[in-house]
Design a protein around this ligand. Structure first.
Ligand SMILES: [Zn+2]
Length: 267
């Protein structure tokens, strides 16, 4: 299994990343992607990924960090790193009113303009989207980029069936977190049933959102992605082992062959 979205540069994991990745690999989570939230963090995610063979990185500015210092040259440099497998996370968050919507939108549009240019210059990568209560605003912006819809993943999906249909119509992948396991989120489970099996992914969003049955643990960790996958199989009425194989396959198709589970070598 792969934890396709965690934040291992956050202070909760300082000095513990080896331990956390070892604990994950002991329960079958062979790889993880640590996601950037600012341009400076994008340098840190790539540097961290360089230290751990099965850790990969992304480069982007999170909408809730739109008011932090932003250096686009730094972002491009992070994107050139061989272990940087995606742009993002980027998007819009209407759950919080700080930073204000206009500021979130300005950073999003600048960021997408850079990504379109860098993609044309040979740095085409999949894009991790943060969309909270913002589907009607964000989906048209992403569609207008002209980038292929299947290049986007809506991470930490917390919407309902209408929201998921908008994202699927764009052609995007949908990724679920521990929210899928929360008793108070039946609409997220209903949405999960609609997604075609070849467009599903799972993640932890560590250190946030520890899933049932470890809900409330802090920090959440990549090893707990197994609970998200189990809840997804249950919500969809699918065989968990087959679904796990498909989730790995989807992540490798989306993020690249590097994400495939390394084969044991025999000598
Ligand atoms: Zn995140």
């Amino acid at each position: 299994m792969i934890d396709t979205h965690c934040h291992l540069t956050f202070p909760e994991f300082a000095g513990r990343v080896c331990e956390v990745l070892d604990a994950a690999s002991r329960v079958g989570v062979h790889s993880a992607i640590t996601i950037a939230t600012t341009t400076a963090d994008a340098i840190r995610t790539t540097e961290l990924a360089a230290l751990h063979p099965r850790l990969f990185a992304s480069a982007g500015v999170h909408p809730l960090y739109s008011d932090k210092p932003c250096d686009w040259a730094q972002l491009r440099r992070a994107g050139e790193h061989p272990k940087c497998v995606a742009w993002g996370e980027l998007g819009l968050d209407n759950h919080y009113d700080k930073p204000p919507a206009a500021q979130q939108r300005a950073i999003l549009e600048e960021q997408l303009a850079h990504i379109i240019r860098w993609s044309a210059e040979g740095l085409a990568k999949p894009i991790i989207v943060h969309c909270r209560k913002a589907f009607a605003d964000l989906v048209p912006i992403l569609a207008a980029t002209g980038l292929p819809g299947e290049r986007f993943v809506f991470h930490c999906f917390t919407g309902d069936s209408n929201d998921v249909r908008m994202a699927l119509d764009l052609g995007a992948f949908i990724s679920f977190t521990g929210v899928l396991t929360f008793p108070g989120a039946p609409e997220v489970r209903a949405a999960a049933k609609i997604v075609p099996i070849d467009r599903l992914m799972v993640e932890t969003d560590s250190p946030f959102l520890a899933p049932q049955p470890v809900r409330g643990e802090w920090p959440n960790e990549p090893r707990f992605v197994v609970h998200v996958a189990a809840a997804l199989a249950q919500a969809r009425g699918e065989d968990p082992i087959k679904l796990n194989d498909q989730l790995d396959e989807n992540a490798a198709r989306f993020f690249g062959e590097m994400l495939r589970q390394p084969r044991m070598t025999t000598r």
